[in-house]
Design a protein around this ligand. Structure first.
Ligand code: HEC
Ligand code: HEC
Length: 321
């Protein structure tokens, strides 16, 4: 582009600006009023939704629970997916450096991109980079959304002999916080009843009603209402109905599963993590430390880990080599 062209563009924009100043909208009050109206409409819609659909609270944060695999909200899934391509020690590169540079470049763009043109085809570099970024974000988000959910640590393995529907229900069970409060075959919390043989005690219609409206079926319950799609509700119920007899497992096996739920986050497989290595720590010392906690380790009381469960965990730690 020669100098003449450039001057020409400048005068055109200057003229357009004068015109807008004379006849256009001003920020105050025109744009501000529009903003207020739209914000008010959204607020009213949210209030109506909250009043009619309810706004249930999620579970209290529980640093020792791993029933719910940590995943970001959908708008950060692309970043989360991108990190999977990097080895762990380079995570900072994908998590901080690259997004940081991208933001700084965007911020400084008006300073170094002085092209007077606006048409995307006349700005091939900017258009190219932006299109690539959009393709990457959309593609990575789609990849992350279709990736299978990681199995919750320590959750029972997909059951042998279950139909696909029942297996789907087992996944719903594992990913919707149920194991935080309920135990199946020795694994899970003690806040709600043990569900190991729930299929013998309760029928489908009761289960469905209870999961949809726990407070109505069992008044005064602390069982939270957990939002499930109708597919999830169906498969979960099918899975619960399969729970009819206790598996026979050794205390060490049950202990290993409990360990995975409660301890692995800090003592990965008994090795050093946030907490120290547990190899060779005598049984009574493990039991005492679990109840007392301290030094950065939470104390586990009987509500989280019954005496029987603690004995199983301790038995497991004694098998660590
Ligand atoms: C915050 C703890 C908590 C969570 C999370 C929780 N429950 Fe419960 N659940 C309870 C409590 C407490 C009861 C007993 C009171 C009642 O019947 O409502 C209960 C009762 C039940 C019962 C009836 C059991 C019986 O023997 O009467 C079933 C079935 C059940 N829950 C299934 C589930 C499923 C499936 C999930 C996951 C979607 C789940 N619960 C999540 C606390 C919880
Ligand atoms: C939130 C992290 C965290 C969790 C969860 C956790 N620990 Fe620890 N654990 C620690 C830390 C940190 C220490 C070191 C404490 C200290 O120096 O006193 C520790 C110390 C210990 C010790 C003492 C080790 C020694 O050499 O004397 C034992 C035993 C132990 N943990 C067992 C367990 C078991 C069993 C569980 C699961 C029931 C568990 N921990 C869950 C963080 C954790």
């Amino acid at each position: 582009m020669d100098e003449h062209d450039r001057l020409d563009q400048r005068t055109t924009y200057a003229g357009r600006k004068q015109e807008q100043l004379a006849h256009g909208h001003s920020f105050f009050p025109d744009t501000v009023v529009k903003d207020i109206v739209v914000a008010a409409v959204i607020l009213v819609v949210l209030m109506v939704l909250a009043a009619t659909q309810g706004a249930p609270l999620e579970l209290e944060a529980n640093p020792t629970g791993s029933a719910k695999p940590p995943r970001p909200e959908w708008y950060f899934l692309f970043l989360f997916e991108a990190l999977k391509f990097l080895p762990g020690n380079l995570e900072w590169l994908g998590a901080i450096l690259v997004p940081g540079i991208a933001l700084v470049v965007l911020f400084l763009l008006p300073l170094f991109d002085r092209s007077p043109y606006r048409h995307p085809l006349k700005r091939p570099l900017a258009t190219g980079v932006a299109s690539l970024a959009i393709v990457a974000v959309v593609g990575l988000t789609a990849l992350a959304a279709t990736a299978p959910e990681p199995a919750a640590v320590g959750a029972p393995q997909p059951g042998a002999g279950l139909t696909p529907l029942e297996q789907a229900g087992q996944r719903v069970y594992q990913t919707h916080s149920c194991p935080i409060c309920h135990k199946i075959n020795g694994v899970g919390g003690n806040i709600g009843p043990d569900l190991t043989t729930v299929g013998l005690r309760l029928d489908a219609s009761w289960l469905v009603a209870h999961l949809q409206r726990p407070a109505e079926i069992a008044p005064g319950t602390v069982m939270p209402q957990i939002t499930l799609t109708s597919d999830e509700l169906m498969s979960l119920t099918a899975y619960l109905l399969t729970l009819k007899q206790a598996e026979t497992r050794t205390p060490e096996q049950i202990g290993a599963a409990l360990f995975a739920v409660y301890c692995n986050s800090c003592h990965p497989n008994g090795q050093a993590g946030i907490g120290p290595k547990l190899l060779g720590v005598p049984a009574d010392q493990v039991a005492q430390k679990v109840r007392s906690g301290g030094g950065g380790m939470p104390a586990f009381h009987t509500a989280e880990l019954s005496d029987d469960q603690l004995a199983d965990v301790v038995a497991y730690t004694q098998t660590l080599r």
